[in-house]
Design a protein around this ligand. Structure first.
Ligand code: CTP
Ligand code: MG
Length: 238
């Protein structure tokens, strides 16, 4: 896969890299928008939790050496029992706090993937594609999809300010992949962002968007859970 020198894109690229891949799975959110009694990652979809589905997809990709699960503090012991082959740590109040807790447990990772447990139908190929781009020398890689709706920027009262050109926009997903040192630097402060790439961008490190997958949508509201069930119908007994 080594590219001739002249064909390598120059921005944000280092040498081809090998090394240990750790996947962090933030699963410590409460799932307020889903509105069920248990934390979202522990909600079942046809008999398997969102977290268990995410762990299975990571494993099935075959490109990850170690998995770190970040879960609500009260569930650490239970999850350790259910996933003995993973490292399990307690998350924090915000997603970024949970990612930082996972980073502290990621040991000697060279490459780190961060993947929302809530994106439970993400196919193994999404992990493979991100790791391939990192191995090719990118420091930060995120899957994204073209935006299909027209987006408006609005004032607090709902008045439209402008309409960003849709062709330049991408809806980004996880797994997001990073050179470990880059992600650690991005999280060194206490900054908050809705995704990890946002913190990496703030460092001035180029972030590469690759093709995402519609199945990597985030289960956020009740409608998303219903959609996930419909997508699974016919593919498995449940
Ligand atoms: N997450 C986390 N720690 C937090 C908040 C979120 O590990 N303090 C995780 C969630 O478990 C989820 C992912 O980050 O897998 C994406 O977050 P989101 O979809 O917002 O999940 P929740 O925060 O659980 O949902 P809500 O915002 O509706 O409460
Ligand atoms: Mg949340």
């Amino acid at each position: 896969m080594t590219q001739p020198e002249g064909e390598r894109p120059s921005d944000g690229q280092n040498e081809e890299r090998s090394g240990r891949v750790v996947a962090l799975i933030p699963a410590a959110g409460r799932g307020v928008r889903l509105g069920l009694e248990r934390p979202k990652a522990f909600v079942e979809l046809n008999g398997r939790t969102l977290l268990a589905r995410s762990v299975a997809a990571v494993r099935a990709s075959g490109v990850v050496d170690e998995v770190v699960l970040v879960v609500p503090p009260e569930l650490v012991d239970v999850v350790r029992g259910e996933h003995p082959e993973t490292t399990v740590v307690a998350g924090g109040a915000e997603r970024s706090d949970s990612v930082r807790a996972g980073l502290a447990a990621a040991g000697d990772a060279d490459l780190i993937l961060v993947h929302d447990a809530a994106r439970a139908l993400t196919p193994p190929s999404s992990f493979t594609a991100v790791v391939e781009a990192l191995r090719g020398g990118r420091d930060a890689v995120v899957p994204g999809l073209p935006v299909v709706d027209t987006l408006k920027r609005v004032d607090a009262d709902g008045t439209v300010r402008d309409t960003p050109a849709r062709g330049t926009l991408r809806a980004v997903q996880t797994p997001q992949g990073f050179a470990a040192d880059v992600l650690r630097r991005a999280h060194a402060g206490a900054a908050e962002a809705t995704d990890d790439a946002g913190l990496v961008e703030a460092l001035g490190v180029p972030v590469q968007v690759i093709d995402g997958d519609a199945l990597a949508f985030k289960i956020t509201a009740p409608h998303d859970l219903r959609l996930a069930k419909l997508l699974l119908a016919g593919e498995e007994i449940g």
